[in-house]
Design a protein around this ligand. Structure first.
Ligand code: IPD
Ligand code: CA
Ligand code: CA
Length: 282
C-alpha cells in the first residue's frame, strides 16, 4: 500500500510555514463575493501545494479552493484547502490551518473513499494525519475521540458561512445546543473543528454548507480516530453532502434526535422582553 503521509505532511508543513510568514506581516485582502475574503496567502499556499502534489503524483486529479483544477477524470483526487480560517487569518486571530485530503474512486458516484487526511496548524505546530485503516495521529502520536456519553456533558463546535448568513438556519441550532450541552465553540475553521473531534477536545461538531476541501481531511481523521461522520439525519456522509455531523459516536444518536426537534421548531422558547430580563436578574 502506498504510504502517503510523510510526503503530504512535508507539503502541509511547508505551506503552514508560508502562511505564518504572511501572518506575521501585512497581508493584502480581497473579496471573492460581498463578504467572502481571500488573501494573497491563500493563493500562494495553494500554488505551492498544487505544484508539489502535481510533481509527485502527476496522474492524480486536484481540486483546490482557490481554483486549482487538474485531471478531472482521475481515479484519485486531492482536495486542497490552503488556508482554512481565512477570516480569522485576515483579522490576526491565530486559528487557521492547511487541509489536504485524498479521495479514491473520485469519479464513481456514491463510491468515493477517503484515503488520506493531513491537516497542519502552524500556530500550534500541530500535524494531524490519517491514512485509511491506519488510525489517526497528532504529531506522530495516536489520537482517539472522547468518551463523553451525553450531550449535556459535551463540548461541541460549529461554524457559520461568511456569505448568505441570513439563509443559514444554524443560529437556531447554535441557540438550542448551547442550552442543551456543556458548551459550544465557534472557532472559524471547520477543518480544525473536525481535527478537534478526532483528538477528543470536542465531543462533536456540525455545520451546514461545507465544501469537500473543508471536510475531506477532517472527516477521515474523525473516522480513523474512532468517531462517526454522517449527515444530520444519520445518512452516510459524502463529500458533496454539504452538511456534516461528526462526533465521538457515543452522542451521535442523541444529537440526531435533538436536530430533528430543532428542525421541527420544538423546544424553542420566546425571547423575554428587556423589562422581563431585567426583573429576572433581580
Ligand atoms: C471557512 C471556515 C469556517 C466555516 C466556513 C468555511 P475558509 O473556510 O472553515 O469555519 O464556517 O463555512 O467556508 O473560507 O476559511 O477556507
Ligand atoms: Ca475552508
Ligand atoms: Ca480556504
Amino acid at each position: 500500500m502506498t504510504q502517503y503521509l510523510p510526503e503530504v505532511e512535508a507539503i502541509a508543513r511547508e505551506a503552514g510555514a508560508l502562511l505564518l510568514g504572511y501572518f506575521a506581516g501585512h497581508v493584502t485582502i480581497e473579496y471573492k463575493g460581498d463578504v467572502d475574503l481571500v488573501t494573497e496567502a491563500d493563493r500562494a499556499a495553494e500554488k505551492m501545494i498544487v505544484e508539489r502534489l502535481r510533481s509527485r503524483w502527476p496522474e492524480h486529479g486536484i481540486v483546490g479552493e482557490e481554483g486549482a483544477r487538474s485531471a478531472p477524470g482521475a481515479d484519485y483526487r486531492w482536495y486542497v484547502d490552503p488556508l482554512d480560517g481565512t477570516t480569522n487569518f485576515a483579522h490576526g486571530y491565530p486559528v487557521f490551518c492547511v487541509s489536504i485530503g485524498l479521495v479514491r474512486n473520485a469519479t464513481v458516484e456514491k463510491d468515493e473513499q477517503l484515503e488520506v487526511g493531513v491537516l497542519y496548524d502552524p500556530t500550534r505546530d500541530e500535524m494531524f494525519s490519517a491514512q485509511r485503516g491506519q488510525g489517526a495521529t497528532l504529531n506522530g502520536k495516536p489520537i482517539h475521540v472522547s468518551k463523553t456519553k451525553t450531550l449535556a456533558e459535551s463540548i461541541l463546535g460549529t461554524g457559520f458561512p461568511s456569505h448568505k448568513r441570513h439563509k443559514n438556519p444554524n443560529i437556531h441550532f447554535y441557540h438550542q445546543i448551547t442550552l442543551r450541552s456543556h458548551g459550544l465553540r465557534r472557532a472559524g475553521s471547520a477543518a480544525l473543528d473536525l481535527a478537534n473531534v478526532a483528538c477528543g477536545r470536542y465531543d462533536g461538531f456540525w455545520e451546514f454548507n461545507l465544501n469537500p476541501w473543508d471536510t475531506a481531511a477532517g472527516a477521515l481523521l474523525v473516522q480513523e480516530a474512532g468517531g462517526l461522520v454522517t449527515r444530520f439525519d444519520g445518512a452516510p456522509f459524502r463529500l458533496d453532502s454539504r452538511e456534516v455531523l461528526a462526533t465521538n459516536g457515543l452522542i451521535h444518536q442523541e444529537l440526531i434526535t435533538n436536530f430533528e426537534e430543532i428542525f421541527a421548531g420544538r423546544g424553542l422558547e420566546p425571547l423575554p422582553s428587556a423589562v422581563e430580563y431585567a426583573k429576572s436578574r433581580g
